[in-house]
Design a protein around this ligand. Structure first.
Ligand code: DAK
Length: 262
């Protein structure tokens, strides 16, 4: 498949590979227009459906992961036209259908919809150049892809209010301290580090990986009691896999496990 606004590649040495998606509208700092979001949705679903792929890395350019939704596209809308057309709603949540882990590798600006897209990934690895923000208030609007909901869950109410109401940007060090990103690395090492994280995940048993993702999202979205009950069921279910027997046998016999994804 050839795309115009993203670049896709398959990376990795192991049996299971990593699907790499690079947002590619450099002149517009990767502003997220309909075509880009359509292509991103297609690429994510294609990697998710491919058994050879264990994990997905989503990245941008050195200057910007993404500077938000495309402002000129939004500018002419009225309430009625935005409401009737479902302005830019299409494909924004395709990423939430993906069952394999999606790692955001963020350098430069991740603003507005760019920050929201990064937060929809499973975890964020940031370059030391990363800058996160929800500056929609400066445009006379509010976030529209979950920013007011995911940001307070990720970094506390006080910091989220600060960012959303003042439009200030958070640098990578502050973002790590606040819990928005899982680690900060030198900009030149960003992709290597994200691909290494993906490769580590790829070496494990796929069903365990997918269940962990599902359960952490349940913890994030629902009551603790329900999440713990579902976790117990899935924990038991994994004893029906060959990978469980292999993993435990390898530990007991002091050898490296060879997972077969069964
Ligand atoms: N859209 C379109 N073009 C953009 C852009 C954007 N969001 N951000 C930057 N660009 C373009 C600039 O217009 C400029 O283009 P030229 O003038 O060269 O043609 C080029 O990228 C370089 O930008 P600057 O010249 O401004 O570069 P600087 O280094 O001076 O500044 C900046 C970089 C990132 C601080 C600045 O460009 C900036 O403030 N950009 C806007 C950031 C922003 O406000 N983002 C939030 C947009 S609102 C929804 C889903 C999503 C959303 C809403 C609803 N639903 C599912 C319903 C999301 C909304 C948003 O993201």
């Amino acid at each position: 498949m050839t795309y115009q606004c993203i670049i896709t590649a398959v990376e990795g040495q192991g049996e299971r590979k990593t699907g790499l998606i690079t947002l590619n509208r450099p002149k517009q700092l990767n502003a997220l227009n309909d075509q880009l979001m359509d292509e991103l949705g297609q690429a994510l679903l294609a990697f998710d459906a491919d058994d050879a792929i264990g994990c997905i890395v989503l990245t941008g350019s050195e200057r910007a992961f993404a500077a938000g939704a495309d402002i000129p596209t939004m500018q002419p809308h009225s309430f009625i036209s935005a409401f009737k057309s479902g302005l830019i709603s299409k494909n924004w949540e395709t990423i939430l259908q993906v069952r394999k882990p999606v790692i955001a590798a963020v350098a430069g600006f991740a603003l507005g919809g760019g920050c929201e897209l990064a937060m929809m990934c499973d975890f964020i690895i940031a370059a030391d150049s990363a800058k996160f923000g929800q500056p929609e208030i400066k445009l006379g609007i509010i976030p529209g892809a979950g920013g007011t909901q995911r940001l307070p869950r990720a970094i506390s109410k006080s910091k989220a209010m600060d960012m959303l109401l003042t439009a200030r940007m958070m640098d990578a060090v502050e973002a790590e301290r606040a819990g928005l990103v899982s680690r900060v690395v030198p900009a030149e090492a960003l992709l290597t580090e994200a691909l290494a994280a993906a490769e580590a995940i790829n070496s494990f048993s796929g069903p365990s990986v997918m269940l962990i993702k599902e359960l952490v999202n349940l913890a994030y979205q629902g009551p603790l009691k329900d999440g713990v009950a579902v976790e117990r069921r899935y924990f038991h279910a994994l004893f029906g896999t060959e990978d469980q027997r292999e993993g435990m046998d390898a530990f007991i016999n002091k050898r490296k496990p060879e997972f077969t994804q069964r």
